[in-house]
Design a protein around this ligand. Structure first.
Ligand code: ADP
Length: 399
């Protein structure tokens, strides 16, 4: 505590006490000495509460600006930066040389950047940012900013906007896809309800059939809305700390029991193989249960009828692994990298006919990422598909 009191405050204390002593000695007036001491104490409090920096600034109002070289400053910037003088490249940092080539120093800036949009912008001397596509690789997007830094000099900065643009495009595509997926069953429901309201609804056979279709389409909408809500919940919880110790063995047994009751005969095809003394994982039990449901559900949907759905759980090198294997049509290799994209389906008709939303594996991917795990999908056409999830075991769970 005493250490935190600055030296200048101790000096002020000494001066205040000395002043009070002098007043007492000279005037022999105790009250005057007390008043001097109180004034000094107030001063000490004020001095002690002034931050060190503020005091230093006050003491050194004209501190010299460090002598920094423009080249060093430009080099320290991660984005490509050019300094132009008289329209030519006087300086280019390493990022700019990497993007545009080492030869650009000394070149006319319009030649160096080699983009019609940039050339026009630089010729006009515009200062507002401009978007440029195709510098570097064809799909790279840049925002170019040019600002005057002297009579005849300009600083040009290129900010990479490729990732931001891709994320925005993904968002727009997602909204368009989700709307389309919802509109299709909705249009069907409206069409059948209209027909039922006509004379067709008087025929008990037609009415039963149409009501069945309306029910199926409404269920499809419900599944889609549930998956959309799951996705947004998982994204919202992305940075929330995981705390619960989850027993994947229990959770998988529960999921298998639940799926067995909802998938009729297929339920009997699940073969569970769980290693003894499986360590826990730290995670979100609701999300992990959803992950297990989605993977076993897919194996039941896309595996051939009456073939086994093999669910295996084991521990390996500080991890807990879950593998779900089916004997189905399999997935051609060119589709594998895209399976976890939202609404990506190998065969949309087949997916819809088995009640798929196209979001199951996207949800799995997000859950695995949140749990710092790994997702591997291996498939052989005509043989079947194996999905393996690897999750870190809870610290101390493996000894
Ligand atoms: P869906 O709801 O359509 O099943 P998913 O996101 O779960 O959506 O899966 C995406 C696509 O991956 C599916 O439409 C299907 O084409 C394919 N797929 C997923 N799992 C399997 C599997 N076990 N066997 C074959 N294809 C699969």
């Amino acid at each position: 505590m005493i250490d935190e009191i600055p030296l200048r405050a101790w000096l002020a204390v000494a001066i205040a006490v000395a002043t009070a002593a002098v007043v007492l000695v000279l005037s022999r007036d105790g009250q005057a000495a007390l008043a001097a001491l109180a004034g000094g104490a107030a001063l000490v409090v004020i001095i002690a509460t002034i931050p060190e920096d503020a005091a230093d600034e006050a003491a050194e109002p004209d501190a010299p600006v460090p002598d920094l070289s423009t080249a060093a400053m430009v080099e320290a910037i991660a984005d490509p930066v050019l300094v132009l003088r008289g329209g030519r490249v006087a300086l280019a940092n390493v990022a700019a040389r990497k993007l545009l080539g080492d030869h650009i120093v000394g070149e006319d800036a319009r030649v160096a950047i080699r983009h019609p949009g940039a050339a026009e912008h630089l010729s006009e001397g515009a200062t507002q940012p401009v978007d440029l596509v195709g510098i570097g690789t064809l799909d790279q997007r840049w925002e170019m900013r040019a600002a005057p830094i002297g009579a005849d000099a300009r600083l040009v900065q290129l900010v990479d906007r490729t990732g931001q643009h891709a994320a925005e495009k993904m968002r727009v595509d997602f909204v368009a896809n989700a709307s389309h997926e919802l509109r299709t069953p909705l249009a069907s429901i409206l069409g059948y309800v209209e027909t039922l309201a006509d004379e067709a609804g008087d025929d008990p056979g037609i009415r039963k059939r149409f009501l069945g279709i309306v029910f199926d389409e409404a269920r499809r909408m419900e599944r889609l809305v549930e998956d959309l809500m799951s996705l947004s919940r998982i994204e919202a919880e992305k940075f929330r700390e995981l705390r619960a110790a989850v027993d994947l063995a229990d959770l998988t047994r529960e999921a298998c029991d639940a799926l067995a009751t909802t998938h009729g005969d297929r339920g009997g095809d699940i073969q569970l193989d769980i290693a003894d003394a499986l360590p826990a994982v730290i995670g979100d039990p609701v999300q992990l249960s959803q992950l297990v449901h989605n993977l076993i559900g897919n194996a039941m949907k896309y595996g051939r009828a009456a073939t086994p759905v093999e669910v295996t759980l084991w521990a390996h090198a500080q991890n807990v692994c879950l593998r779900v294997a089916d004997h189905g049509e399999g997935i051609p290799p060119e589709h594998l990298p895209r399976l976890t994209e939202r609404f990506y389906r190998v065969d949309p008709g087949r997916s819809r006919s088995v009640g798929g939303t196209g979001l199951g594996l996207a949800i799995v991917k997000h859950i695995v990422e949140r749990h710092r795990g790994r997702l591997d999908i291996a498939s052989t056409v005509g043989v079947g598909t194996r999905v393996t999830i690897t999750l870190p075991a809870a610290p101390g769970a493996l000894s």
